[in-house]
Design a protein around this ligand. Structure first.
Ligand SMILES: [Zn+2]
Ligand SMILES: [Zn+2]
Length: 286
């Protein structure tokens, strides 16, 4: 009988300065307790110094987006040590979540070239798009999204489109052979949808854009992070990959990978049953 795979493909560690601070080993123990057989460390790649001048946020916010001690080598060393320590109990994959920044592709290429050989898994995510005063996060707060993004584009719908256009650019940008092949939380732009009365709403034009992007992902051999974090966000209340997109992706045969996006050990494996229900598969993945 084939071994059943239960995988958490999106997690953070004590290297993340906006996570709980618990050691990655605590997360791994929780994954084992919950019966996971495969688990990816996907820590955020730190931002380059050149980026900060285009990022109109407080020093505190900037610091929180950094990596502890800016020690990427230490991250890889520690995660590989855990991989070895737990190899008989769970398959640990060492990876990164790469934040696509359209103006920093040279930096991304350079980092992927340098660290690519250590990457066993990876996510390509968009959290930040062009907005008022430079680059703005789409996931900080409703007020920040309104001021920085919606006002810049003129409407919620146009902001949504701009987000997906940035994902399109991420898909089409050459980042070298180690570019991650899984798109993280593809509908993160909907994090505050309920706050703006937009839940479940997407114009036909935006839907068409999303479907075109899915086709492009399929052609390029991408998979998708089915990220349950959105279920726990007050103003989102749905997974990232709105359920209709899950169905469209399934129809196209795009592999779907569960992601808890855990920033605390208690979040590892959260809402896995809901994921199975939405994806319509028991104990497995494509
Ligand atoms: Zn994070
Ligand atoms: Zn993310």
């Amino acid at each position: 009988m084939p071994k059943i795979i239960k995988r958490d493909g999106h997690t953070h560690t004590h290297y993340c300065l906006h996570a709980s601070g618990e050691h990655a080993e605590e997360y791994v123990r929780r994954a084992i307790e919950k019966g996971f057989t495969m688990y990816s460390f996907t820590e955020h790649l730190p931002f380059p110094d050149s980026f900060w001048s285009f990022f109109p946020y407080s020093e505190g916010t900037k610091r929180q987006l950094g990596l502890r001690d800016n020690d990427l080598d230490g991250y890889f060393r520690e995660m590989y040590a855990l991989k070895k320590k737990y190899r008989d109990r769970i398959e640990l994959k060492v990876g990164l979540e790469i934040d696509f920044l359209p103006t920093e592709t040279a930096y991304l290429r350079r980092m992927l070239k340098e660290y690519g050989k250590f990457l066993e898994d990876g996510l390509l995510s968009v959290h930040i798009i062009e907005g008022c005063g430079g680059f703005r996060c789409v996931d900080v707060s409703p007020a920040d999204f309104e001021e920085g993004v919606i006002k810049h584009y003129g409407s919620y719908e146009e902001a949504q489109k701009a987000y997906f256009q940035t994902v399109k650019e991420a898909l089409r940008t050459d980042l070298g052979p180690y570019k991650p092949k899984r798109i993280g939380h593809f509908t993160l732009c909907n994090k505050f949808q309920c706050y703006f009365g937009q839940e479940g709403k997407m114009s036909e034009a935006t839907r068409n854009l999303v479907v075109d992007l899915l086709k492009e992902m399929k052609e390029q051999g991408y998979s998708l992070d089915v990220n349950v974090a959105g279920l726990f966000k007050e103003y989102c209340r749905e997974i990232y990959l709105s359920p209709w997109i899950v169905q469209a992706a399934k129809q196209l045969g795009i592999p779907l990978v569960y992601g808890s996006d855990a920033h605390a050990s208690s979040q590892v494996g959260r809402a896995y049953e809901e994921y199975e229900q939405i994806v319509g598969e028991k104990n497995g993945e494509s």
